[in-house]
Design a protein around this ligand. Structure first.
Ligand code: PM9
Length: 459
């Protein structure tokens, strides 16, 4: 149903936020001051902000009304119980510990379940997830299907786990060294690629055999469910809400950055079925975040989140959200711009290795391309390549990922189709001028998650 006729947003606009178009000279200066890192630009200097879909969504009138229902009691806020019930009903998990955002939940989960010397297999790394696994003494092992590392593979479920890779790891290190398999629904670093239900079922079967848990990074679960509805046999007549529930119930627990799928500007949680893990997390959250009935969130924010979760799994919402991303992706494909295929669900990922084929990876092609795009039009994107991949913890060398990408991330319910056209035209202009673009060198490198604050100079 989704691709066969035009779709439109299932809402109308009630309030607007002005944005400013700057001159090229202005952007040149702003970019230099930001060390050619789009994370370090001031948002007032950005025209169309595609840095991230994290916390950048527009809330509905229902959510804004929900803010007024905030119960800011220190303990036992009614909004917590609404949120807890919503997570139980919609996401299937039994026990809930709120956190201020996703990485706080990753921190707790990693500290509770990972012992020094453990291995944590997963369907590709994510920056914060992997860092917390390493800080807890674990080693991340990539067990995603090979197709995920190939931007041109048209495989529909590039988020799938390669069960042979997992079996090999179990045979090599032993199941007792694997506290859990870490899976993400729609794999961010692979280009927003979904995992199939069939693959998750097979993974469940294999992990059950060895008593290994499955922990789910459910940051973009509704988008994954939409892709299952669209492309997986047997799911065309199920609702996204039903698919979300089924997917989650095949896992043992989840970390959530509610700033994405769930349509709020801040928030997250850890949710698990097993009481022992919950009990430890509930104790740990009071050290790092706040009492277990708010975990760093205001009552009003928990209310907006409970409402956002319900809105996020509505079929017409998610069809329009992903439909807009597909629209931009198709436009770029028609222009001959190299992007990750199939088009992902939360953004379009430019293949910087192919786009700037003359710039070697140690000269940061994706970082360079993101800077050039801002310079051209004030569109802000995010590097997802060698800078994001950091250094090997043993050798100290750069990790060189196969995918060297620039993410054009689309916030939910924020920009129009006309914005998508302007973005595509800017990418096309930069593409036409690509031969004149040189790489960059890194002149400042922070120790952790360097992509956020690193600084560069043009070669
Ligand atoms: N993702 C993103 O832009 C925020 C900045 S980059 C660290 O894509 C997944 C799959 C994410 C994610 C954040 C987090 C961390 C966990 N898993 O940002 O701490 O995409 O809420 O969530 C970003 P928090």
């Amino acid at each position: 149903m989704h691709n066969k006729h035009s779709w439109a947003e299932p809402y109308k606009i009630k309030m607007i936020e002005p944005i400013v178009i700057t001159t090229k000279e202005f952007r040149q200066k702003a970019l230099k001051e930001a060390g050619y890192n789009t994370f370090l630009l001031e948002s007032k200097d950005v025209y169309i902000d595609l840095l991230t879909d994290s916390g950048t969504s527009a809330m509905s009138d229902r959510q804004w009304a929900g803010l007024m229902m905030g119960d800011e009691a220190y303990a036992g806020s009614r909004n917590f119980y609404h949120l807890e019930k919503t997570i139980q009903d919609y996401y299937s998990y039994k026990h809930v510990v709120p956190t201020h955002q996703g990485r706080a939940a990753e921190h707790m989960l990693s500290q509770i379940l990972i012992k020094k010397g453990d291995y944590v297999p997963g369907n590709m790394y994510f920056t914060t997830t992997k860092l917390h696994q390493e800080m807890a003494g674990g080693t991340f092992v990539d067990i995603i299907v090979d197709e995920a590392h190939d931007p041109n593979s048209l495989y529909k479920f590039k988020g799938d786990v390669d069960l042979n890779k997992l079996q090999k790891l179990i045979d090599k290190v032993g199941a007792d060294k694997i506290p859990y398999v870490s899976i993400a629904s729609t794999v961010n670093m692979a280009g927003g690629q979904p995992m199939s239900m069939a693959n998750l079922k097979a993974l469940r079967e294999l992990t059950n055999k060895y008593g290994i848990k499955i922990m789910h990074d459910m940051t973009r679960i509704a988008e994954n469910a939409f892709m299952i509805q669209l492309n997986e046999e047997g799911y065309a007549n199920k609702t996204v809400a039903e698919i979300v529930h089924e997917f989650n119930s095949l896992t043992d627990g989840a970390t959530m950055s509610a700033k994405k799928d769930a349509l709020v500007n801040i928030g997250g949680f850890l949710a698990v079925n097993d009481y022992d893990t919950f009990d430890k997390a509930r104790n740990m959250v009071v050290v790092y975040e706040g009492l277990h009935t708010y975990g760093g969130m205001a009552g009003r924010d928990m209310e907006a989140l409970a409402i956002g979760i319900k809105e996020s799994v509505q079929d017409d919402h998610i069809a329009a959200r992903v439909g807009q991303v597909f629209y931009l992706g198709q436009k770029l494909l028609d222009m001959g711009v190299p992007i990750v295929k199939p088009v992902g669900t939360h953004g379009v990922f430019l293949d910087a290795k192919a786009f700037l084929a003359h710039v070697p990876q140690d000269k940061f092609p994706a970082q360079t391309l993101a800077a050039e795009l801002y310079l051209d039009s004030g569109v802000r994107a995010m590097e997802r390549g060698v800078v994001s991949a950091g250094r090997n913890k043993e050798t100290g060398e750069h990790n060189y990922p196969k995918l060297e990408l620039v993410r054009l991330t689309i916030p939910r319910r924020v920009y129009t189709q006309a914005h998508m056209d302007v973005i595509a035209e800017s990418v096309q202009r930069v593409f036409k001028n690509r031969e004149n673009i040189k790489g960059m060198k890194m002149v400042y490198e922070p120790e952790y998650l360097r992509f956020f604050q690193a600084r560069f100079e043009k070669l």
